[in-house]
Design a protein around this ligand. Structure first.
Ligand code: UDX
Length: 462
């Protein structure tokens, strides 16, 4: 059968194409899914944009095809994620580059027959090009089921007046999407409500017209949310929860756009079990210089061991690429603090020295944290991070939101609560329990493995 692991030289039954949206948090899950499918005997060709182009050397088992996306240089350099999504799709729809690339991959008779293309919900242009060639599109949703539920409900939320959100309504519950409040709905302070609406309407169109949907979540984590999506998308032949995808892939760090600094693993080896707070805000979230300073002071004042990722360009309006740490910081944290530009995050979270995670609540980070049973402090910035935080705190009870300003006193207290107080210990215990339930879903008879089996069978039937 096709479900056993194959040697990489054995002939492959079919080929699948994958075309991720070119941002770190969306590339990773797509390539993890590709690895899982490859391990089940399918050949994989990765199509990727020139923008944030992938490095083929990191995945010798796949074929790579670069597609000129035509995103205007100005938008690519300075635009926010939403600007880039809209501009990239517009440029792709105006040219035949995607269609030509797909046509030539499909026509390659030296390779196994192409069954379908997996793409991101935010690449409607790719789905249209595939449809024009009669190639079925599968959508991978890299966010939570709750997040997709919010995508689908966005027009209703707008119609009923929850959106655009008003300051006086932030804590109003949204009974149509329990347990969310207005504050938790998809939102970005970096662009207008109209722009978010436009992006989500296009993403919804991609989802509604695809041939199958895979969501990077776990049935046990979001049972009601999965049910609501299945009800809403009753026409789709497959709607699968196959996460956490990074746990289904043997290649844990192979698609990072930045170099991962492995020296931190050696440093973690020198730290006491469960003592280190890992601090990272993903690939996109930014902060201003004052917040950065408060964060540094809070970490220094806390007295706790920490590993802190300060990404290039993370601090807005900072003249140099990497933000400058405050005077005296390095001396103050000598021996118990490490600052790096980019971490091998999944390895870090799995390291026994790590006992807490201060995150922006990106969906990948959230999944990676709970998969390792690590409790979290969440500082959500935009998009789906507010709702992810809501689930972490009030549904799964494995962490809490850092409320109030990003200020050294608040930070010190939050770290104390997570790492030293009873409440933190209870969250840690729940996180451990939850990670065990997730591990069960990954066993051969677990829900996520069953989902991958169904997916492979479906792909072979196309
Ligand atoms: C964003 C959104 O926040 C997220 O919720 C959405 O679903 C996708 O787009 P991002 O902000 O980058 O993504 O956060 P996250 O989803 O957490 O993804 C970050 C990824 O980068 C994680 O897989 C993490 O392991 C990796 N990472 C992060 C590193 O490899 N090294 C680091 O130092 C930090």
């Amino acid at each position: 059968g096709f479900h056993r692991r194959r040697g990489s030289h054995e002939p492959r039954a079919r080929r699948v194409l994958v075309f991720p949206l070119p941002f770190q948090g969306l590339i990773d899950p797509m390539l993890h899914l590709a690895c899982a499918l490859h391990a089940r005997g399918l050949a994989v060709t990765v199509l990727h944009t020139s923008f944030n182009a992938l490095n083929p050397a990191l995945h010798p088992e796949f074929m790579f095809v670069e597609v000129p996306d035509g995103t205007p240089a100005e938008v690519a350099a300075k635009g926010g994620v939403m600007d880039i999504i809209l501009a990239m799709n517009a440029a792709m729809e105006a040219s035949t580059a995607v269609r030509d690339a797909l046509a030539s991959v499909v026509a390659d008779e030296g390779q196994p027959r192409v069954s379908c293309i997996f793409t991101d919900a935010n690449l409607l242009a790719v789905q249209k090009a595939a449809a024009a060639l009669g190639l079925p599109t599968m959508v991978l949703r890299t966010g939570s089921a709750a997040c997709l539920g919010c995508f689908l409900a966005y027009p209703m939320l707008h119609e009923k007046g929850y959106l655009p959100r008003q300051e006086s309504q932030l804590y109003t519950p949204v009974p149509e999407l329990p347990p969310l409040r207005v504050k938790d709905l998809i939102f970005s302070k970096h662009c207008s409500h109209e722009m978010v609406r436009r992006v989500l309407a296009r993403a919804t169109e991609t989802v509604r017209s695809c041939s199958g949907l895979v969501i990077n979540t776990i049935e046990a984590l979001e049972p009601d949310e999965m049910q609501r999506i299945r009800d809403e998308l009753a026409d789709l032949p497959v709607v699968l929860a196959a996460g956490p995808l990074h746990k289904l892939s043997s290649n844990s760090s192979g698609s990072s756009l930045l170099d991962q600094d492995y020296s931190c693993i050696k440093w973690l080896d020198t730290q006491r079990s469960g003592s280190v707070l890992y601090v990272s805000f993903g690939s996109l979230a930014s902060m201003d210089a004052d917040e950065f300073l408060e964060l540094a002071r809070g970490l220094a004042d806390s007295g706790h061991p920490f590993l802190w990722v300060v990404r290039p360009k993370q601090v807005v309006d900072c003249e140099s690429e990497s933000a400058r740490l405050p005077d005296g910081f390095e001396e103050a944290v000598e021996g118990r603090g490490m600052v790096i530009r980019w971490a091998p995050q999944r390895e870090v979270l799995a390291h026994p020295a790590v006992g807490g995670f201060w995150t922006h609540g990106g969906w990948n980070s959230t999944l990676e944290g709970i998969s390792e049973g690590i409790p979290m402090i969440c500082s959500p910035d935009a998009i789906d991070q507010m709702m992810n935080t809501r689930y972490v705190q009030d549904v799964w009870g494995v962490g809490f939101e850092l409320e109030g300003e990003l200020e050294r006193g608040n930070i010190k207290n939050a770290i104390e609560k997570l790492m030293n107080e009873r409440e933190g210990a209870e969250m840690r215990e729940r996180a451990k329990q939850l990670s065990k339930r997730i591990a069960c879903c990954l066993e051969s008879s677990g829900s996520s493995q069953i989902a991958i089996n169904k997916l492979v069978n479906y792909i072979l039937s196309l």
